[in-house]
Write a protein that binds this ligand. Structure first.
Ligand SMILES: Nc1ncnc2c1ncn2[C@@H]1O[C@H](COP(=O)(O)OP(=O)(O)OP(=O)(O)O)[C@@H](O)[C@H]1O
Ligand SMILES: [Mg+2]
Length: 447
């Protein structure tokens, strides 16, 4: 017979191995660090200029960062900070190398599918890294207590109050206070019942945390993260209880309200990694997102699950809109939830596999313009870099066959390029709208 004690014992054995792997990988301080990038990578893959042009620009201007030459090496190797300085200072044919950045707040994309193992965290990690190499400042939010993305970004010691759960708790206290402080129940003139929260909620102290306290630095200088941890899984149980404490609390809008408290120019792109389940955290991700990116494996069963994901999501969003009149928010919210775009992308795709080709075609027929043209290929490089708890971008290409690395990189690059091209017009559109985000009336509730 095995009980929870045995499971704990198994976990402890497993945690020891996990910590040993991290020490071997991130040593000496058990801290993940970012490598330098070679002049070949910087010129051709990152700044997209000819290697010869890049070399002559560096030679002509001694004020530019010159990188470091490794002993016995000939290439120069640059840190991401140096690359960003080069990006600011260099121009090609008079044009800036800076990526387009519409005014206003950061653009938010949720990478979601209730199907487990669809490739969400891998896509989120690679998009974040590709975007940072493209010159964007990225904020990742890990909504998944499995914490794959947090671990991949080097964060392991995370308390649950520092996760999306903490953000939700903070929001619950603030929203309940705002509700209690409201003078009366609008037109009816009747006082709203005072909602009181138990000590167990107040004692966590989430209400005293500043918005910035949830954001942590990663091993990439231009990527921050709001991490997750296993204990955050409890949120799914206790949030139901919180809703009971304050039924008017628009629990699904907690992260959206939180993000509107951040300054607009702190980040450019916000990427959400979602858990493989419908729940309070994933609904927060979905509600706060401008765009949904839905990865799916290229098999029939994945197609089957993706179809049911879309159905469940539609159902959940419908219920949210139907309940609009019952929700209160200190900041007006817009219901029904509308996305600027929704995209499906195939992952672990093998171009020569007939079944995958057929599935790609089927997905295309069903989802039409919503289907991303560039699937992410199945690649050994993900497996190999995963062994080092890294992305393909983080791996030094000398650690594996150059062709394997380059093919993988190209595949993620193409998927990222398409993501960027899809996102930009929507982002520009947001800027030109007259009403700033967060001040839009609650259409659903007004109806
Ligand atoms: N392009 C790829 N090539 C090869 N392996 C891949 C690729 N994408 C993902 N994988 C592998 O597939 C597995 C699942 O990927 P991932 O963890 O990204 O999925 P997920 O949707 O985040 O899972 P979960 O639902 O558990 O959060 C991992 O072992 C990952 O390394
Ligand atoms: Mg995941």
């Amino acid at each position: 017979m095995l009980t929870h004690t045995d499971l704990h014992e198994m976990q402890n054995r497993s945690l020891k191995l996990q910590s040993w792997i991290r020490q071997q990988t991130f040593s000496p301080q058990d801290e993940k660090t970012l490598r330098r990038f070679s002049s070949w990578e910087v010129s051709e893959l990152i700044l997209k200029m000819k290697a010869g042009t890049f070399r002559s620009r560096l030679a002509a201007d001694p004020a530019l960062p010159a990188g470091k030459v490794e002993p016995e090496g000939r290439q120069r190797w640059f840190t991401l900070e140096e690359i960003n300085t080069l990006r600011r200072k260099l121009r090609t044919r008079g044009a800036s190398l800076m990526p387009p950045r519409p005014a206003g707040r950061a653009f938010r994309t949720a990478i979601a599918n209730f199907k487990g193992g669809a490739g969400k965290s891998t896509l989120a990690l690679h998009f974040a890294h590709a975007a940072a190499l493209d010159g964007y400042r990225v904020l990742c939010i890990d909504f998944d207590p499995q914490a794959t993305l947090s671990h991949a970004m080097g964060l392991t010691n995370v308390g649950e109050e520092g996760t999306v759960w903490g953000i939700m708790l903070r929001d619950l206290v603030h929203e309940t206070e705002a509700l209690n402080a409201a003078p009366s129940g609008a037109e009816s003139g009747t006082a709203l019942p005072r909602r009181s929260l138990p000590r167990s909620v107040i004692d966590v102290g989430a209400q005293d945390m500043r918005a910035a306290d949830f954001i942590q630095a990663t091993n990439w200088p231009t990527i921050d993260i709001i991490p997750s941890c296993a204990n955050a899984a409890f949120v799914e149980f206790v949030t139901a209880q919180y809703r009971h404490l304050n039924p008017e609390w628009s629990f699904f809008a907690a992260v959206d309200r939180y993000l509107s408290q951040l300054s607009d120019d702190q980040h450019d792109l916000i990427i959400f990694d979602c858990p493989p389940a419908i729940g309070y955290q994933s609904m927060n991700a979905v509600f706060a997102a401008d765009m949904l990116y839905i990865p799916s494996g290229p098999g029939y069963w994945e197609y089957d699950s993706t179809t049911s994901f879309v159905g469940q999501l539609a159902e959940a969003l419908h219920d949210m809109a139907a309940g609009a009149a019952g929700f209160v928010s200190a900041e007006p919210i817009r219901l029904p939830k509308a996305f600027r775009d929704v995209r499906f992308v195939l992952t672990r795709y093998e171009p020569a596999n007939k079944l995958h080709q057929a599935m790609f075609e089927a997905f295309g027929k069903v989802f039409g313009a919503q289907m991303a043209e560039n699937p992410v290929e199945m690649t050994r490089a993900v497996e190999q870099s995963g062994r080092f708890l890294s992305s393909v971008y983080e791996m030094d290409y000398r650690e594996m066959t150059r062709e394997t690395w380059l093919r993988a990189r190209h595949s993620f690059d193409k998927a990222y390029e398409e993501f960027r091209t899809t996102m930009l017009p929507h982002w520009h559109g947001m800027t030109s709208e007259t009403l700033p985000a967060g001040t839009i009336s609650n259409e659903g509730a007004a109806a």
